[in-house]
Design a protein around this ligand. Structure first.
Ligand SMILES: Cc1cc2nc3c(=O)[nH]c(=O)nc-3n(C[C@H](O)[C@H](O)[C@H](O)COP(=O)(O)OP(=O)(O)OC[C@H]3O[C@@H](n4cnc5c(N)ncnc54)[C@H](O)[C@@H]3O)c2cc1C
Length: 380
């Protein structure tokens, strides 16, 4: 692995850094998991798009810069380093888009990607149901064939849909062949949330923000051209989405490197006065973030050589989610008693870090995947 950046890459970094320095809002935006905050974040997304920074690794015709994966990583590092706003478009651009590039028809790519890049259409993930979370293949929402209309009728309920109350579209899994084996009868649908028969009901998270929604489908018509990938092959398509979610795009190392740097800053401010023994934890958090970056460089090297993200992405997910919890716990211990109740970024960050071992597939499930599919251990 060659860890030196090329002249081109250094130039790319300098350009990103300069643009972010001039454009990142000085005052932090309100939480993107509230209605007003989401709108404010979308304005920011449009500014990113206008300057071609919203989807740097995409082709130019869709609003990107044709940047390499290396440059994408550089941009992410600079983005978090600059303290730029959270990406409320993430479930579209980091989860759905790689899947559309891989499985979508040309017509779907041309229709969906430019509006996703500009933030005109925003996407949420409709997988979990009240009785199916970890056991995703156990979903019961149905898609029934409507031959006359040339499409499908969706019925059922999705839940825990992040920012579902604010997004315009949903990508979701539905059972299209009830007779088939559980993993074989699913299809991957793309659904506008203003379609007749859709009801979206937002609900609050533990921190009070309306970050989640229940989405109900009552005979919702979806035309054939809004099935992503082959019919009844939704499981295979969805596994490509989870590969991105767990392995690379959702949580790039820049996020944790920036948090670790802030933690070092906090220690310098408060550490000696707090518990000097916390120094080891601060150093460990910083080293873990660096280790995650190096591991990501290895993943990107392999992807650039044509490999596809596989079951190893579960190892990556375990690492970043547990690192995030430890890092924030150390920050709260540095801040001292009362920090858990304080209204400050570390506290909010800690609350969100606690959900990392749950979303994108719980860590227990990731350990099962690692045991069976990476280590080849028997199921029982
Ligand atoms: C912040 C956040 C955002 C989310 N956003 C979305 C979203 O946008 N779209 C969406 O569809 N979903 C979303 N989810 C839901 C998430 O995918 C589920 O919560 C997760 O898959 C777990 O499902 P569950 O909550 O039904 O728990 P369960 O599946 O009921 O699991 C309960 C417990 O049992 C354990 N368990 C279950 N099965 C096994 C097993 N076989 N072996 C060992 N342990 C097991 C689990 O690890 C867990 O600890 C989000 C969740 C969170 C916290």
């Amino acid at each position: 692995m060659d860890l030196t950046y090329t002249e081109e890459e250094d130039k790319f970094r300098a350009e990103a850094r300069a643009w972010l320095a001039a454009n990142v809002p000085v005052e932090p935006l309100p939480s993107g998991d509230t209605r007003d905050g989401f709108a404010a974040h979308l304005e920011w997304e449009r500014r990113l798009f206008d300057a071609r920074w919203s989807v740097v690794s995409w082709p130019r015709e869709y609003g990107g810069r044709d940047a390499s994966l290396w440059e994408w990583l550089i941009f992410e590092e600079e983005y978090y380093r600059a303290g730029a706003p959270q990406r409320v478009t993430q479930n579209g651009i980091f989860l759905l888009a790689p899947t559309v590039f891989e499985f979508g028809t040309q017509e779907q790519q041309d229709r969906i990607l430019p509006k996703m890049a500009s933030g005109e259409e925003t996407w949420c993930q409709g997988w979990s149901e009240p009785d199916a979370g970890s056991d995703l293949a156990g979903i019961s929402s149905r898609a029934a064939r409507d031959e006359a209309a040339g499409g499908w009728r969706l019925r059922g309920q999705k839940t825990w849909t992040t920012r579902g109350a604010f997004c315009t579209h949903l990508f979701g899994l539905f059972r299209s062949d009830p007779e088939a084996e559980r993993h074989r009868g699913l299809s991957y649908f793309l659904v506008p949330l203003d379609a007749p028969g859709v009801t979206v009901r937002g609900f609050g998270r533990l921190d009070g923000d309306e970050g989640f929604a229940d989405v109900f489908f009552d005979d919702v018509f979806v035309p054939d051209h809004d099935v992503l990938g082959d019919l009844h092959e939704g499981w295979r398509v969805a596994m490509a989405t989870t590969g991105s979610e767990r392995g690379l795009t959702l949580r790039s190392p820049g996020r944790f490197m920036a948090a670790a740097d802030r933690l070092v800053g906090l220690y310098r401010e408060r550490g000696a006065a707090a518990d000097p023994a916390l120094r080891d934890d601060v150093v460990q958090a910083w080293m873990d973030a660096e280790a995650y970056q190096l591991q990501t460089l290895d993943v990107v090297t392999r992807l650039s050589d044509g490999a596809r993200p596989g079951a190893e992405s579960s190892l990556t997910k375990l690492f970043w989610s547990e690192l995030d919890v430890r890092l924030h716990e150390t920050a709260l211990r540095l801040l001292g008693p009362g920090a858990e109740l304080a209204d400050e970024p570390w506290t909010k960050g800690y609350q969100f870090a606690l959900s990392g071992p749950i979303y994108a597939g719980t860590n227990e499930i990731q350990r099962n995947v690692v045991a069976e599919r990476v280590l080849g251990l028997p199921r029982k």
